[in-house]
Design a protein around this ligand. Structure first.
Ligand code: ZN
Length: 329
C-alpha cells in the first residue's frame, strides 16, 4: 500500500511516500528555520504563507523521488493537529484536493501519534506495549502505547516544553535560535563545574522546566564576566538538568508500567546527549529514530496513516483541522 502524506503543523513543509507503513520511498522537507530565526521564534502568519509557497514543489519532489505516479497511490494523509491553524490548513486542504482529484481515501493523522510512528521507519519492528517520550518545541509527553491506536498519556509538561526551554535558555545565554542545536554545539566536550536544580515532581509523570530556566536566568544575572568558557559551562549545566529529568522520569515510568521497550520521538530526541544518556542508563531496549525522522516530517505521518488503515480506524474525508488535538488522558 502506497501512502502520500503531508505535514505542515508548524514550520516544516513536508511530503513523503511510504510503502506498507515501513519503507520510505521519499521524504522531502522544506524547513523555514532560517526565516523564523531573525524573529527568535516561529511567526504563525509567516509560517502559513511559506507553506503555501512550498507545498506544491515539495509534493512534486516527493512523487518524483519516490518514482511513482499519483495513479499508483492508495491513500492520501495529512496532519490534522495539533499545530498552528494557519499552517495545518494548507497541508490538509492540499491533501484533500489530491485525494478528491484522484478519488482516493483521505486520512487525518494526529501529529503526536505520527511522531511515535517514526520508530516504525527504522528497520526494526518495535515491540508493544512500549513507553514513548515525545519531546519537542511544543511537547514533553510520556505516552503508554499498548497497541496500534491505543495511546494513554501518563505525563506532560506543566509549563514549558523541553524544546521551548532550550530556546529560552539559549536566549538567556546569547546563543542563537533554535536553542536545542545551538546549546548542543556549545556544550560539545564541555565538562561543567556549574549545577542547576531539577524539578522531579515526585509521585507524578509530569515535567516542569520553568524553574530551571529561571535558575539559569538568576545565575546569568549574578555572573559579571560572561566569557565564552562560562557560557559553555552554563549551557552544559542547563542541558544536563533537562536531560537528567527527561531520562530518569521516562525510565521510572517504563519500569512501573512493565513495557517491553522505550521509544523516543520529537525534535529534542535528536539531541546527542539525550540519546547517549538513554542508551547508557536504560535497563530496557531504547529505540531512537535517526535525527531526520525525529524532527517534523511526513514519512511518520504516512506510517501512522497506514496503521489506521490496517486497523480500520479511518477518519472521514470531511475531517477538518484540529489545532488543539491531544491524546486522550
Ligand atoms: Zn512535531
Amino acid at each position: 500500500m502506497n501512502i502520500l502524506a503531508f505535514e505542515t503543523s508548524c514550520d516544516e513543509t513536508a511530503a513523503a511516500v511510504v510503502k506498507d507503513g515501513v519503507t520510505i520511498l521519499s521524504n522531502v522537507i522544506s524547513s523555514q528555520v532560517d526565516i523564523h530565526a531573525r524573529y527568535g521564534g516561529i511567526v504563525p502568519e509567516v509560517a502559513s504563507r511559506q507553506h503555501l509557497l512550498a507545498i506544491t514543489p515539495v509534493a512534486e519532489t516527493a512523487l518524483g523521488e519516490a518514482g511513482i505516479t499519483l495513479e499508483q497511490m492508495d491513500v492520501v494523509a495529512a496532519t490534522v493537529g495539533p499545530g498552528l491553524a494557519g499552517s495545518l490548513i494548507v497541508g490538509v486542504n492540499f491533501a484533500k484536493a489530491v485525494s478528491q482529484a484522484q478519488d482516493l481515501p483521505f486520512i487525518g493523522v494526529n501529529h503526536l501519534e505520527g511522531h511515535i510512528y517514526a520508530n516504525w521507519l527504522c528497520g526494526v519492528k518495535p515491540e508493544l506495549p512500549c513507553l514513548c517520550l515525545i519531546v519537542s518545541g511544543g511537547h514533553s509527553d510520556i505516552i503508554l502505547m499498548e497497541d496500534h491506536g491505543s495511546f494513554r498519556r501518563l505525563g506532560r509538561t506543566r509549563d514549558d516544553a523541553a524544546g521551548e526551554a532550550f530556546d529560552k535558555g539559549a536566549r538567556i545565554l546569547g546563543l542563537p535560535y533554535p536553542g536545542g542545536p545551538s546549546i548542543q554545539s556549545a556544550t560539545k566536550g564541555v565538562k561543567t563545574s556549574l549545577s542547576l536544580p531539577r524539578a522531579w515532581l515526585k509521585g507524578s509523570d509530569d515535567f516542569s522546566f520553568s524553574g530551571v530556566k529561571t535558575a539559569l536566568l538568576h545565575m546569568a544575572e549574578e555572573q559579571e564576566e560572561k566569557d565564552e568558557k562560562w557560557v559553555k559551562e552554563a549551557a552544559a549545566a542547563f542541558q544536563e538538568a533537562i536531560i537528567d529529568v527527561l531520562v530518569n522520569k521516562t525510565i521510572q515510568a517504563a519500569l512501573r508500567n512493565g513495557v517491553k521497550q522505550i521509544m523516543l520521538a520529537g525534535g529534542v530526541a535528536s539531541n546527542d546527549a539525550l540519546r547517549e544518556r538513554f542508551k547508557t542508563d536504560s535497563p530496557l531496549p531504547v529505540l531512537i529514530p535517526p535525527p531526520v525522522l525525529c524532527t517534523d516530517n511526513a514519512a511518520m505521518i504516512a506510517s501512522c496513516a497506514y496503521y489506521h488503515c490496517v486497523s480500520g480506524n479511518l477518519r472521514e474525508s470531511e475531517h477538518d483541522i484540529i489545532p488543539g488535538l491531544a491524546f486522550a488522558k
